[in-house]
Design a protein around this ligand. Structure first.
Ligand code: PLP
Length: 452
């Protein structure tokens, strides 16, 4: 069967990648001692020795409005002193109601319902439980398989980690692998040498089509995808890939879940990126991080009106979606999210859209360095991937401490980066200005040169 042989080939390729990734990083700089961060201000953090560092990853893709924002700190305080907490099981609260309304107005298409959680993993986990519930109540209990991609990251709970496509997330771990099928990572930089980007896109879409034919559409519940694979190394897919995958899902009654935990709330210049940047309307969108700019742990899943309507029409009218977290719809988190969205819409989204191209352009100048294989990204997120030597037979066969060593040298030049094996990812607070982007690029250049 062609479908199987293709999948097998990919499995082999990914296995090889796995072996490379799994090599020990013993002796790497900084492996034993972690940087102690003591305070922060706008785009900067300060370490215990008083060093001022640009916060290259904005914490963990999250401090979108910048550190030490007075308005968000006041909101946190005021909400704690007004309504500290109310249970999401039997009551609701005004900030949660208002936030739901705000999100529904901004989400694409008919994504008018939201379930609020405590972060990204719980948002994706909630989405998956909702998908299972949906298929059970509509009499399709066999529709359970989840499709994700190599290179993806969806969380660290049991089920979300099972979706992850980064080999290191599975080392020495079990997972719900019987529920998950993984497709090839859509990153063109690692495509087979004989394929053009267009041919690679065809291959990826075809691979999904073959998987559907092989498993049967009646067994596949959902496709889960980050519009840009963030923690995989800011992996961008070929131009029409997401639209074509979305169409395949619609044709086969497979729900499309866009995991926008990183891409939403300004990182790409919009509240949600699915439609505004990628031209797709998912059935669900998961989000977290930037929704509160990291000032309070909050996430959620937007759910389409269509899905809800089907649930209401279901032949099990008494089925209840019994699912909730103590801190779902937390009033403090919701109040912070509302204020945070106001700040984003009060010029920051516009600023991110305006400055994003400059950020990309400046970072791409690093491609002239021999160690840099590719700089990629969109908006205010970028990945720098190092290679052994552009002319080497296997450019990816390189010292895997390289990301950590770059981080070490960048810190000497005033910049904190997020090292990812042979890559560094950058996603600064959206408040960053042009001269700070220049400082960042300069620190990266010096850090990479010192590493080479
Ligand atoms: N989904 C994506 C795309 C992420 O990048 C992350 C975290 O980095 C998660 C889900 C998990 O979110 P959390 O760490 O808030 O549980």
């Amino acid at each position: 069967e062609p479908a199987l042989s293709q999948l097998e080939t990919d499995a082999l390729r990914n296995d090889r990648f796995h072996l490379i990734q799994a090599a020990p990083v013993a002796g790497s700089i900084g492996a034993e001692a972690r940087e102690l961060i003591t305070s922060s201000e706008d785009i900067f953090v300060f370490d215990q020795s008083g060093r001022k560092l640009i916060d290259g990853p904005a914490g963990m893709w999250c401090v979108n409005v910048g550190h030490r924002n007075q308005a968000l700190a006041d909101t946190l305080h005021d909400q704690a002193m007004s309504l500290t907490y109310s249970t999401p099981w039997y009551t609701s609260n005004a900030p949660a109601e208002k936030l739901a309304q705000i999100l529904a107005e901004r989400a694409p298409g008919d994504l008018n319902h939201v379930f609020l959680t405590t972060g990204g993993s719980s948002a994706v986990e909630t989405a998956i439980r909702l998908v299972q519930f949906y298929n059970n109540v509509r009499g399709q209990p066999q529709k359970k398989l989840l499709v994700s991609r190599q290179g993806s990251y969806h969380g660290s709970t049991y089920l979300t980690a099972s979706l992850n496509g980064r080999p290191r997330d599975h080392d020495w771990m079990d997972g719900a692998s019987e529920l998950v099928r993984k497709l090839t990572c859509p990153n063109p930089f690692h495509r087979p040498a004989n394929l053009s980007v267009e041919a690679f896109e065809d291959f990826l879409v075809d691979e999904f089509r073959k998987l559907i034919a092989h498993e049967g559409a009646g067994r596949i519940a959902a496709f889960v995808a980050e519009p840009i694979q963030a923690s995989g190394g800011v992996l961008m897919s070929p131009p029409n890939y997401l639209k074509r995958m979305r169409a395949l899902c619609a044709e086969n009654d497979i729900l499309f879940i866009a995991d926008e935990v990183v891409t939403a709330f300004g990182r790409l210049g919009h509240i949600f990126a699915s439609e505004d940047v990628f031209g797709i309307q998912p059935d669900m969108i998961t989000f977290a991080k930037g929704v509160t700019s990291g000032y309070f742990p909050l996430g959620g899943v937007m759910v389409s009106e269509r899905l809800f309507a089907e649930l209401r029409r279901s032949n099990h009218p008494n089925a209840n979606f019994v699912h909730g977290l103590t801190y779902s719809s937390h009033p403090i988190g919701c109040a912070v999210a509302i204020r945070n969205i106001e700040l984003l819409e009060d010029g920051l989204l516009e600023h991110a859209r305006e400055i994003g191209p400059y950020f990309q352009e400046q970072l791409r100048t690093l491609e002239e360095l021999p160690l840099v294989g590719e700089v990629r990204g969109a908006g205010l997120m970028a990945g720098i991937e190092c290679v052994a030597d552009a002319k080497a037979e296997n450019p990816f066969d390189l010292d895997l401490t390289v990301g950590k060593r770059i981080d070490f040298h960048c810190q000497e030049n005033g910049l904190l980066v997020r090292p990812l094996i042979n890559m560094c990812v950058m996603s600064p607070p959206l408040t960053i200005n042009r001269s700070q982007i220049d400082m960042m690029t300069d620190a990266l250049r010096k850090g990479i040169e010192a590493t080479a």
